[in-house]
Design a protein around this ligand. Structure first.
Ligand code: TPP
Ligand code: MG
Length: 340
């Protein structure tokens, strides 16, 4: 997704919802639709055997990465989770390098060595998706420390799922970030599920209580409403950027798909899935756009251009070379030696 000016950040308003004009909301819609259509395309490619490894889709959760990243500067940094496609695209990853990476091609953003679960691009401040639950948290804390030590006016964002609430890494990072007043924003994507278990079977407390325990300001937001997420993110990011220390934002969202592609979700009551799919960030935004004079025809044109861009990226990825075996170890050892 081509990074564009953080329009929501510039929008006026400090209430619960940014007083965004239609063009700002349309841009947020475009970013969310790009993530959803890219993941729908990945789902097909995975079924066709064109995507190696596992695939964890974030369909249903698009408003969180888009709302949060709209409130960030390009040089701010984000660390992600195993469900990281939305974070990568919302932070500004181009579709070409994104698809090529996930399809294991040398033209991918990590030269085809990372794939879906390690998609990263330091040039846009995307520190990487991460297969370790809670693994992105210390990376974001380290990045926030680097911003602080180097005197940069930037913040780091740690995206994490509700499954990380019970991880020691979160508790340690909350403590360290508060002690050192790091410019770090903890963004929880609470979709109510950790793999195949509901949150209440995994964590007895609340994230708000962790915030209170570590003396870190906490805010929660409807993670289906992209404007509300952008406004809340702005409220958390600004104090962190001013040097007031870490912040927590908990976004309540919905996981529409299985934990991974192919997960039959037998553990999930169909009514739970229906309820989740009834909460659609794109539909909410489309309804508001319609009220502001941007109707279905304009959105259909936007969808066509997104679909064309995705197909161009997929076609290029299919045609691209696979990584060269001879260089398999490059980047593994310091000094970049190609052979062990
Ligand atoms: C340290 C660690 N423990 C367990 C796992 C296995 N695992 C992978 S994803 C996951 C659940 C993650 O849930 P959540 O953080 O809520 O993210 P979501 O899948 O809902 O986006 C678990 C337990 C792991 N990858 N890492
Ligand atoms: Mg979860």
């Amino acid at each position: 997704m081509t990074p564009e000016p953080a329009t929501a950040r510039r929008a006026s308003g400090d209430g619960d919802t940014v007083q965004a004009d239609a063009s700002v909301l349309l841009e947020l819609y475009r970013r969310m639709a790009t993530i959803r259509r890219a993941e729908e395309r990945l789902s097909q490619l995975f079924a066709d055997g064109a995507v190696p490894g596992f695939l964890h889709l974030s369909i249903g959760q698009e408003a969180v990465p888009v709302g949060v990243c709209a409130a960030l500067e390009p040089a701010d940094t984000v660390a992600s989770t195993h469900r990281g496609h939305g974070h990568a695209l919302a932070k500004g990853m181009a579709l070409e390098g994104f698809f090529a990476e996930i399809m294991g091609r040398a033209s991918g953003v990590c030269a085809g060595r990372g794939g879906s679960i390690h998609v990263a691009d330091m040039s846009i401040g995307m520190l990487g998706a991460n297969g370790i639950v809670g693994g992105g948290l210390p990376l974001a804390a380290g990045s926030a420390l680097a911003h602080q030590v180097k005197g940069r006016p930037n913040v780091a964002v740690a995206f994490f799922g509700d499954g990380a609430m019970a991880e020691g890494a979160l508790h340690e990072c909350l403590n360290l970030a508060r002690l050192w007043k790091l410019p770090l924003v903890f963004v929880c994507e609470n979709n109510g599920w950790g793999e195949f278990s509901p949150l209440e079977r995994q964590f007895a407390a609340k994230l708000a209580a962790l915030g209170a325990a570590f003396a870190i300001p906490y805010e929660e937001v409807d993670g289906i409403d992209v404007e509300a997420v952008a406004a809340a993110a702005q409220r958390r990011i600004e104090p962190a950027r001013r040097g007031e220390g870490p912040q927590i934002l908990e976004c309540f969202t919905q996981r529409w798909r299985g934990h991974y592609e192919g997960d039959p979700q037998k553990y999930r009551d169909p009514s739970n899935l229906d309820a989740a799919r009834g909460q659609d960030a794109l539909a909410v935004a489309a309804g508001r756009l319609a009220a502001q004079g941007i109707g279905a025809a304009q959105l259909a044109r936007l969808e066509r251009s997104i679909a064309e861009h995705i197909e161009t990226a997929v076609t290029a990825a299919r045609a691209a070379a696979e990584p060269d075996f001879e260089t398999a170890l490059a980047g593994v050892y310091a000094g970049g030696r190609a052979h062990g």
